[in-house]
Design a protein around this ligand. Structure first.
Ligand SMILES: *Cc1c(COP(=O)(O)O)cnc(C)c1O
Length: 411
């Protein structure tokens, strides 16, 4: 970054500080990851200068030879990787991708059956604070007492509510969904099916968990979580919905696509086709399982009974008497980033809930395995149990730094 350093030392220094922060800490926020150097390089390129409204072969400005080439390549790779009939790589991120998908198939006032936020769903699945909740009529299903989705209840709700769209997908639920059940229930009530795979796209691409793409009409995702690409969104769908989705993206919602991001996405999708990525996805599942077992041993209550993916939701208040906010702060002090999170039907408030959510996808990118996970589980337990003891926390912080030095990121 020698030009940046010369031209704007302030911004250069901030970026350098962030680089150091990422190097010296353990990133365990479940929605984060570290992209490869190749993806980073592809992200900063001259395509940021280019306007490319429209789609490959049908653009509104000239000079699209190479924009077409790179967008077509990203689409081709995504189709192959996920077995999708149609792919749109232009959504700027996950939240807009969902908004766009709703608008493609729903009219204002139409009903959507989605997962309750406190049970693992995402804000964009109908939380009252969002714009989509002002336009569409969201009703919500929850997980049962055993922590799993009760499909018989879901079916009853679907028959009663007759939604136009049934929505699956989550950002804090940790179990494998039964895709076929969603399909069967939707068929019974004549609903369109949509799944938001923002969190698990990388596990699907790496063939570590079952692929929902064949079972759903519309699939939305982010590209920067387990998929390990640049920040962005994607919508996949059955041929039947292709025109509606493309029109909803542009001109429905967006203007010019960020072709530089799409170039970096093409690189990430290329990486995801490789055998190394499959190993990575399988290692994520192994690491999450070991973390689950270790934390259970330390007496943590794991929501939904455990995990089938890359993350865990812990009831820290119920198990250790420490709130989610206090746990997040304690872990921050030892250099482990996580986020406080509500647990199903949480009695505490969202800003100071009962839980924390922990993910292993970023540290698995750093090549950490079972052995390191055991150490990390011990640190998490010690930090939470001693959350008021800054001497103990400072000591653990040094141990975390030492481990991080053994697993360098971009150096
Ligand atoms: C992260 C996430 C989103 C939002 O993605 P952004 O890129 O932050 O807009 C949408 N849906 C789910 C399920 C997510 O986990």
């Amino acid at each position: 970054m020698k030009n940046l350093k010369r031209e704007d030392l302030k911004v250069y220094r901030i970026i350098k500080n962030e680089e150091k922060r990422q190097e010296e800490g353990l990133e365990m926020i479940a929605s984060e990851n570290y992209v490869s150097r190749a993806v980073l390089e592809a992200l900063g390129n001259v395509f940021t200068n280019k306007y490319s409204e429209g789609y490959p072969g049908h653009r509104y400005y000239g000079g699209q030879e190479f924009a077409d080439a790179v967008e077509s390549l990203a689409i081709k790779r995504a189709k192959k990787l996920f077995g999708a009939e149609h792919v749109n790589v232009q959504p700027l991120s996950g939240a807009p991708a969902n908004m766009i998908a709703y608008s493609a198939v729903l009219k204002p006032g139409d009903k959507v059956l989605g997962m309750d936020l406190s049970h693992g769903g995402h804000l964009t699945h109908g939380h009252p604070v969002t714009f989509s909740a002002k336009i569409y009529n969201f009703v919500r299903y929850k997980t049962g007492a055993d922590g799993k989705i009760n499909y018989r209840e879901l079916e009853k709700m679907a028959i009663q509510e007759k939604p136009k769209l049934i929505l699956a997908g989550f950002s804090a639920y940790t179990r494998q969904l039964d895709y076929r059940k969603f399909q069967t229930i939707a068929k019974k009530v004549g609903a369109i099916t949509m799944i938001d795979i923002a969190h698990i796209a990388g596990l699907i691409a790496g063939k570590a968990i079952e692929n929902p793409v064949p079972y759903f009409d519309i699939i939305t995702t982010t590209t920067h979580k387990t998929l390990r690409g640049p920040r962005g969104g994607m919508i996949m769908c059955k041929k039947k919905f292709a025109t509606a989705i493309d029109k909803a993206v542009f001109p429905g919602f967006q203007g010019g696509p960020h072709i530089n991001t799409i170039a970096a996405l093409a690189v990430a999708l290329g990486e995801a086709q490789k055998n190394d990525f499959r190993k990575y996805a399988r290692q994520i599942l192994k690491n999450a399982k070991v973390l689950e077992q270790e934390l259970k041993k330390y007496g943590f209550k794991i929501m939904f009974g455990g995990t089938d993916n890359h993350m865990l939701l812990l009831d820290v208040f119920g198990s250790k008497g420490v709130s989610g906010r206090e746990a997040e702060i304690a872990l921050d002090k030892i250099g482990i980033s996580v986020n406080k999170n509500v647990i199903p039907d949480d009695k505490r408030k969202p800003l100071d809930p009962s839980g924390i959510r922990i993910g292993v996808s970023a540290i698995t990118t750093r090549k950490m395995k079972e052995k390191e996970i055991r150490k990390i589980a011990d640190w998490i337990n010690r930090a939470i149990e001693n959350y008021r003891d800054s001497r103990k926390l400072t000591k653990i912080r040094e141990e975390v730094k030492t481990l991080c030095r053994l697993f360098p990121l971009y150096r």
